[in-house]
Design a protein around this ligand. Sequence first.
Ligand code: SF4
Length: 255
Amino acid sequence: MSTEFQAAAAHLAAEFLAQNPTERLKALRAQVPGRVVFTTSLGLEDQVITHLIGEARIDIDIVTLDTGRMFPETYTLWRDTEDRYGVSIRPYYGKGDALEALVAKQGIDGFYNSLESRHACCEVRKVEPLGRALAGASAWVTGLRADASQNRAGMEAVALDTARGLIKFSPLFDWTRERIADFAARENVPVSPLHAKGFLSIGCAPCTRAIAPGEPERAGRWWWEQEDAKECGLHVDADGRLIRAKAANPETLHK
Ligand code: SF4
């Protein structure tokens, strides 16, 4: 990773806390040359980011990983979001031959059988397409928040993803879910009707359930698994470890 790249990341990190999320996205676009990609799952945080990109007309590619197993409501929201903001949300799909082999091997709902089977499904439907979506990109915009889950508690707003060779940028990193929901309501951002039914974190339909009041936000994802196993592989490094840098501190970005 070039020193210019590291310097841009350090500069973005130094400015981050003093900026609002639109300013953060504009700063990213201004300071990082090349393709900037935002991966949306059409969840609450991601809808707010799409709103910010769409309203300010920021030159950031919006993409989604269509696993083929998403809720019908998610597809409706996808269409409505494109209409509302005049943007195109480009889909990336798992490769046809890999999908066919996966389902032939473990069955259509084989992900319930073991952690290995579940990871195999996420690999084919999400992780491999994500690699293609981010190929050649300089920066990856995500909707991660610091408080979203135990696994993500140590993530930082501006991180160097050395495995992918890009800057990972989370403009809502320091916002709470309540603050994001208030913003979405105030700005009339289209959001999934599933949120009001207890689906706080929305992923694939067979792997997501509603949560009860007081349950952790991501308890509804892969609910049959142990808590410490729950990530889809989208934010892990090449060695399979969750990417967790230290603070959003320019000093750490040079190391
Ligand atoms: S969340 Fe479930 S259905 Fe979706 S890719 Fe992962 S295992 Fe497959």
